[in-house]
Design a protein around this ligand. Sequence first.
Ligand code: OGA
Ligand code: MN
Length: 205
Amino acid sequence: MTTTLETQLAQIADGLADKGFAIIDHFLSVKEVENILLTDEFKGGKLHFKKAGIGKQLDKQINESIRGDYIQWIDPAIAPNGIQLYLHRINQLIRFLNQELFLSLKEAEVHLTIYPIGAFYKRHLDQFKLSDHRKLSIICYLNFDWQKDEGGQLRLHLPGNFLDVLPMAGRLVCFRSDQVEHEVLPGTRERLSLTGWIVDRSAPI
Ligand code: OGA
Ligand code: MN
């Protein structure tokens, strides 16, 4: 493991232990982000993605008033190299956190995400009411030169205040899925990311 990666993993472990979240810049290099953006998945654009949902029981209109993003789940077995590299790094994170924080995290479930212009995701928690297997939320952004006035911030709601995070290329945000409420503010530009959850059990076969 390179020193840089080891330092970054340690920063994530410290952040999670101290405050329940961590923000790490350059988790992916410029080149690594470029390679992901060049994959067929992203090149095809949002037409190849599906509308993200929040539950079968809700109708489309209600869903639309809560979240407006498009997603495509990643199958690690057939993911292109650029995405494999990211998954590999997340697996290193899982091993590190298990060692350092005595957790029993198993694997990550990850999807590609596109927020079209103006799309948002209202304030929520990532852990489902009926299932607590999502332990950590991990989001890596893929947007070069994102400016503050373009919106699209991830707003973390913390005790007594909030923190706005710009979706800058290569930046990883990691937080406790059971604790940190958050939302995505609408942006004036398409917003791309890899969104995932580290779970404490393997997916049912
Ligand atoms: C989510 C989410 C945040 C972001 O997909 O559950 O909250 O910054 N994403 O994209
Ligand atoms: Mn979320």
